[in-house]
Design a protein around this ligand. Structure first.
Ligand code: PEP
Ligand code: MN
Length: 263
């Protein structure tokens, strides 16, 4: 169902009035994990000042270690929704279990399926059954073919509002957290009709690579780019090494605008 052969026209995904896949390139910003109302509000306020409305934040965090911060759960979703309602923004947040799907849909405008759950087929089917757009991230070691099959699990449930997200894959290279597979963007756009996003934060896992990877993503024709932003990354409860602070967020957008790659 997601094949370009079946549907030659691009699918456009609409999240509370924000469009992904309409030909214009969009950004998703927000902290790795929701930590407090104040933290989310500070990032969201800066986004709003730049005309950015797609707010992401993790409430259910799929952490590699069980001893790391696991997220605020439904309380985190409530914080996201409160901020989004106050500033007229849209909420994107990861759901990790089918049992949380319905309650989550009361708070989120787009359901994120994380890399670690790309082949959690029960979760994919449940997301496909919801009447909300879905953001599906590529698995840590998934081939493009496996990624497309995972997308098919969602769309076969009747939900065509789906965005694919390349977020780097595991290779032997240790200089970066993952290796951004930039060619996947072109291949996914050729082979499917779905919009493609690039997560430049988790791809490199390095703050100094966020800008160059975003330039590459925009240049190759990604429909959207995701970047993590935290008011004070040094004290962040997750992903401290890769999130931008508010000043860096503004510098990032200024640099992209100056480069001519972003409006
Ligand atoms: C995230 O975007 O919050 C995240 C955990 O990323 P990934 O699933 O790609 O590791
Ligand atoms: Mn993160």
């Amino acid at each position: 169902l997601v094949s370009r052969k079946r549907q030659p026209e691009d699918t456009m995904v609409e999240i509370k009035g924000e469009k992904i896949g309409d030909g214009e390139q969009r950004f998703v910003f927000g902290p790795c994990a929701v930590e407090s109302y104040e933290q989310v509000f500070e990032v969201a306020k800066a986004m709003r000042a730049r005309g950015e409305r797609l707010l992401r934040g993790g409430a259910f965090k799929p952490r590699t270690s069980p001893y790391d911060f696991q997220g605020l759960g439904v309380d985190g979703l409530k914080i996201l929704k409160r901020v989004a309602d106050e500033l007229d923004m849209a909420v994107i947040s990861e759901i990790v279990t089918p049992a949380h799907m319905e309650i989550a849909c009361e708070y989120v405008d787009m359901i994120q399926i994380g890399a670690r759950n790309m082949q959690n087929f029960a979760l994919l089917k449940e997301a496909g059954a919801m009447k909300k757009p879905v953001l599906l991230k590529r698995g840590l070691a998934a081939t493009i073919e496996e990624f497309i099959h995972a997308a098919e699990y969602i769309v076969t449930q009747g939900n065509e509002q789906l965005v694919l997200c390349e977020r780097g894959i595991r290779t032997y290279e240790k200089a970066t957290r993952n290796t951004l597979d930039i060619s996947a963007v072109s291949i996914l756009k050729q082979e499917t009709h779905l919009p493609v996003m690039v997560d430049v934060t988790h791809s490199g896992g390095r703050r100094d690579l966020v800008l160059p990877l975003a330039k590459a993503a925009l240049a190759i024709g990604a429909d959207a780019v995701m970047v993590e932003v935290h008011p004070d990354p040094a004290v962040a409860l997750s992903d401290a090494a890769q999130q931008l602070d508010i000043a860096q967020f503004h510098q990032f957008l200024d640099a992209l605008i100056a480069s001519g790659l972003y409006r």
